[in-house]
Ligand binder design. Structure first.
Ligand code: PLP
Length: 449
């Protein structure tokens, strides 16, 4: 029995894996990973996989990054954890200072939670609670976008609009109002994306005209709706949304959990529209992919609405046991160091031009549509000969997944959408390897049997 096999046996005897039908593992067992280095993962039999999805969109600077490792090790000998209610420590203060420095000047306050979903819960509660403290307790609803994803907890599912995640739990969920997605792929032939943007904003305006008095906030994943299949929109949508939120007196919550930290080509996606959200959620890449942490940034105006001598009910009593964990903060500080020291954003911009060259043949492939890129997110959709989507039961994306694994690349298509979201540290050769294997995966997935 191989080393992999013995680990798989032990795994399947005790684990319940996330986001999985466990019975699928009868034919495709989980892959046990023994080591990570740079963009590569190695299993217990010595097979290597290029991590083209940054281990679920979290890894920015490679596995076992020496700088991040060293910073966490140093912190470990100082302080592993301490309660953050009524106490404080050096890494959490430094991280908060640096996040405030890096984000627009209006965002002055940092609230920490343990992961993305819990950050969304905090953001929603904070917005609702702000209006309540301001004497507008009727503002209890949220507007989310079609195809939105904001995490898996019940509050986050309420502002989510991907049926496979929400449908089953509908009786438990308070649903948001849903405005159209500004996904550029909806443009009619010969129509620029600006037309899609305009239509989406008009619908949102109509919704706000009717409901603003009851709405606390609009929540959005700026520039790329990742989980729903890397749906990309124009920065102009964000500017339009900012104006509407101001006009109708509702908060703008930017969920940059997936797109923050350089993913869309700027450090934060909102920069592309030069706008400031009222609440900004950051997670995933914040620790370079090492440890769970979420930062919820808010404006001074929101913060001040909670600050008073009055009873506890005006204060924001949200908490999680590991809030502001020092090891996670240390990993985040090391990650910010790397952005500072290495001009990552500039280097990625140059890299982007090279990626576009790699994509030229993909643009002409008969079985691909909407080959698209925003910064360091690339996506493409598998389609049939007539350009129509495949039937779901064909599981073409899954075929691509299997092909890529057999050829040493970890792709994890979203349905029939293949995407790249690797660490920023890939070499030219690794990028070419990724493109080659993806090409083979497209061929394998689109072949008729
Ligand atoms: C991943 C994700 C979340 C949830 O974060 P978790 O840490 O997985 O709970 C929320 N919003 C967006 C946009 C995400 O991509």
């Amino acid at each position: 029995m191989s080393s992999n096999q013995s680990w798989i046996n032990r795994d399947l005897a005790v684990l319940w894996h996330p986001c999985s039908q466990m019975k699928d593992h009868e034919t495709l067992p989980p892959i046990p990973i023994a080591r990570g280095e740079g963009a590569w993962l190695t299993d217990f039999d010595g097979n290597r996989y290029l991590d083209a999805i940054g281990s679920w969109w979290v890894n920015l600077f490679g596995h076992a990054n020496p700088h991040i490792n060293a910073r966490i090790k140093a912190q470990l000998d100082q302080l592993e954890h301490v309660i953050l209610a009524g106490f404080s420590h050096a890494p959490v203060v430094e991280l908060a200072e640096r996040l405030v420095q890096l984000t627009p000047p209006e965002l002055t306050r940092v609230f920490f939670t343990d992961n993305g979903s819990s950050g969304i819960e905090a953001a929603l509660k904070m917005s609702f609670h702000y209006w309540r403290n301001m004497g507008q307790p009727n503002k209890t609803r949220f507007i989310a976008l079609e195809h939105s994803y904001h995490g898996e907890t019940l509050g986050a599912l309420g502002v989510g609009n991907i049926s496979i995640f929400t449908e089953t739990y509908a009786p438990l969920i308070t649903p948001a109002l849903v405005a159209p997605s500004p996904d550029c792929r909806q443009a009619l032939p010969d129509e620029p994306c600006a037309a899609v943007t305009e239509r989406a904003l008009l619908s949102l305006r109509a919704m706000l005209e009717q409901h603003a008095a009851d709405v606390a906030a609009v929540i959005i994943e700026p520039i790329v709706q990742c989980a729903a299949g890397m749906r990309m929109h124009e920065p102009a949508y964000l500017s339009g949304l900012r104006n509407l939120c101001d006009e109708f007196n509702v908060h703008f919550i930017a969920d940059e959990i997936a797109v923050g930290f350089g993913r869309t080509g700027t450090l934060f996606a909102c920069e592309q529209a030069a706008i400031t959200p009222d609440i900004l959620c950051l997670s995933k890449g914040i620790t370079g992919g090492y440890l769970p942490l979420c930062a919820v940034l808010a404006t001074e105006k929101i913060y001040q609405a909670f600050y008073c001598d009055a009873p506890a009910s005006r204060a924001f009593l949200h908490s999680h046991s590991y809030t502001g964990n020092p090891l996670a903060c240390a990993a985040a500080i090391a990650t910010l160091d790397l952005f500072e020291q290495e001009n990552v954003i500039g280097r990625n911009r140059v890299r982007g031009a090279m990626i576009d060259e790699l994509l030229v043949p993909f643009n002409h492939h008969a079985h691909l549509a909407h080959v698209r890129r925003r910064g360091m997110i690339v996506a493409m959709d598998l389609v049939g000969t007539n350009g129509q989507p495949y039937v779901r039961s064909d599981r073409r994306g899954h075929r691509a997944y299997r092909y890529a694994l057999d050829h040493g690349v970890l792709l994890r298509p979203l349905g029939d959408t293949l995407y790249w979201m690797p660490p920023y540290t890939l070499t030219d050769d690794e990028w070419r390897h990724l493109a080659d294997v993806t090409w083979g995966a497209v061929q394998a997935a689109s072949a008729e049997h």
